[in-house]
Ligand binder design. Structure first.
Ligand SMILES: Nc1ncnc2c1ncn2[C@@H]1O[C@H](COP(=O)(O)OP(=O)(O)O)[C@@H](O)[C@H]1O
Ligand SMILES: [Mg+2]
Length: 493
């Protein structure tokens, strides 16, 4: 499927600024389709071999269906080429530069339709023809609403012919922009309410305005009307949020109606966005709550860590004391990962940010400061989900600590080196911690060890991480981990 820009480049000689005008029209024509209860199509003249458009053949750049009525065209017509046989009135309107109306066989099934062809002008230049097409047989029994809407559409149609609509400065309509179905006020030259649609009356009621507003200015009815005043003064549309009572919020979009450059009235679309705003606020406060919880967890971890440290200091050196010191170190590495995770927006974290401080911790923990051990990180673990990052950080803490603590005991002849190698191919994360120390004993089997540090490592790797671990002698000790990471997106917040 081609975009309007592609179609225009392919079939027409419309330049970019002019195309901008057509795109602004198509960005705001949902409202027009709703006002006239009909399908809208945009026809642009096709250039022939000599590079000129003679106005006999047109390409359909866009199509819009009404949400207030049935559609005539069930099929997608964008990109179709049509000529005088298909749409004689489009050709007429193009030649005359005026609005032309009539009846045609509009669909492939030969259904009769009412068609109005509206030339689209911009800076005095004819760009395209917009058609309004509806079946003869359907159509709502015309009541006041239908009459007012169609009259308003006709005013927009005249503005399109005169090049006054769409507005050059038009702010882009967002998701939330009020639509015709939300509520319509038609304002007269003096900004007084000429007509209020039933949904607009409901919206006004919710804002506590119970009087009949017809003939009144909005501020007389008790509603903020600065949007109306700005739209009348500037001749350009204005969207504003109106908070009438603290618990009711309306979005109001005021679109001035012009005639020969003069503002002759306005269309105001009203939408009650109270529920939307309430949800926004709820989300915001949820965000704040999560941040607060992170903060408290962090404080608690820090408290635990300092309690353990205090208690360790009170013990004479020995097993008890080093056990407490190790526990303190483990808590500290959890707290480190938590801290980094809570700063991230999502559930994933760049693991490199975690590795560096873990290595620093191990370096600082080296018992005999007179001997230097060179800690080094190679490769890159990439982004990891929280459920991998936290246990992996604990595992690395243990392995680095072991290297610092055991690898170089009684081995003074070499320069100590510990290398962490990381590689992530999207499927598997491989981690290798290698040292050039004394090496684990020949008969060492990690599955059978019952010391605390390596038991923690083993359980985390095969349990929480679902990976495998091996530990062997190779000019020192080499620990290898393989952890599956594919499809782990992290839990959603
Ligand atoms: N990198 C290493 N180099 C030499 N020996 C090691 C290494 N890592 C572990 N070991 C040996 O394995 C034992 C068990 O380690 P661990 O379970 O962490 O307990 P701890 O560190 O408390 O002694 C250590 O006491 C040590 O003898
Ligand atoms: Mg250990």
């Amino acid at each position: 499927m081609s975009s309007p820009t592609e179609l225009a480049h392919l079939h027409t000689n419309i330049d970019l600024p002019a195309l901008g005008h057509l795109q602004r029209l198509m960005a705001s024509w949902g409202m027009l389709a709703d006002l006239c209860f009909a399908d809208l199509l945009l026809f642009a003249p096709v250039t022939e071999g000599d590079g000129r458009a003679d106005g006999n053949k047109f390409v359909i750049l866009g199509q819009m269906r009404p949400s207030t009525s049935q559609t005539l065209h069930r099929q997608d017509l964008v990109g179709r080429l049509m000529d005088e046989v298909d749409r004689p009135l489009v050709v007429r309107a193009w030649r005359l530069g005026e609005i032309v109306e009539g009846e045609i066989n509009a669909t492939d099934r030969g259904e009769r339709a009412r068609i109005q062809c509206i030339p689209v002008r911009w800076q005095g230049q004819l760009l395209a023809v917009m058609t309004r097409e509806s079946a003869l047989t359907v159509g709502r029994r015309p009541g006041e609403l239908e009459r007012v809407y169609v009259e308003t559409f006709d005013r927009f149609a005249r503005m399109i012919v005169a090049g006054e609509f769409p507005f050059a400065t038009d702010d882009v309509e967002g998701e939330e922009s009020p639509r015709v179905g939300d509520g319509v006020l038609v304002l007269d030259t003096g900004g007084r309410v000429e007509y209020a649609s039933p949904n607009a009356v409901n919206a006004l009621h919710r804002m506590g305005i119970h009087s009949n507003t017809e003939g009144m200015r909005l501020d007389e009815a008790g509603m903020e009307e600065s949007a109306v005043r700005t739209a009348f003064a500037t001749g350009a549309p204005v969207t504003e949020e109106v908070e009438r009572r603290p618990d009711v919020i309306c979005l109001m979009r005021v679109i001035p109606l012009l005639d020969g450059g003069e503002v002759t009235g306005a269309l105001a679309l009203l939408r009650d966005v109270t529920d939307l705003r309430r949800r926004d606020r709820l989300l915001l406060s949820k965000d704040a709550t999560i941040r607060e919880v992170h903060h408290r967890v962090k404080n608690n971890l820090q408290t635990i860590s300092s309690l353990l440290r205090l208690q360790a200091r009170r013990l004479p050196g020995g097993d008890g004391r080093s056990a407490l010191e190790e526990a303190e170190r483990r808590i500290r590495s959890i707290s480190l990962v938590h801290d980094i995770l809570s700063r991230e927006v999502g559930e994933r974290v760049l693991f490199d940010e975690i590795v560096e401080p873990l290595v620093r911790m191990a370096r600082e923990g080296v018992l005999s400061p007179e001997r230097g051990i060179d800690f080094r990180v190679e490769g890159d673990a990439g982004e990891l989900p929280a459920e991998v990052a936290t246990p992996l950080a604990l595992v690395l803490t243990e392995l680095l600590q072991n290297a610092a603590e055991h690898a170089f005991v009684g081995k003074r002849e070499v320069e100590g080196a510990v290398t962490v190698r990381l590689h992530n191919d999207g499927e598997t994360l491989t981690v290798e911690v290698r040292d050039n120390g004394v090496g684990v004993p020949e008969d060492f089997v990690i599955e059978r060890t019952d010391s605390l540090g390596l038991s923690i490592v083993r359980d985390l790797v095969s349990g929480q991480l679902g990976g495998v671990i091996s530990m062997r002698r190779d000019d020192g000790t080499v620990v290898s981990l393989e952890i599956p990471v594919a499809g782990r997106e992290g839990r959603r917040a």
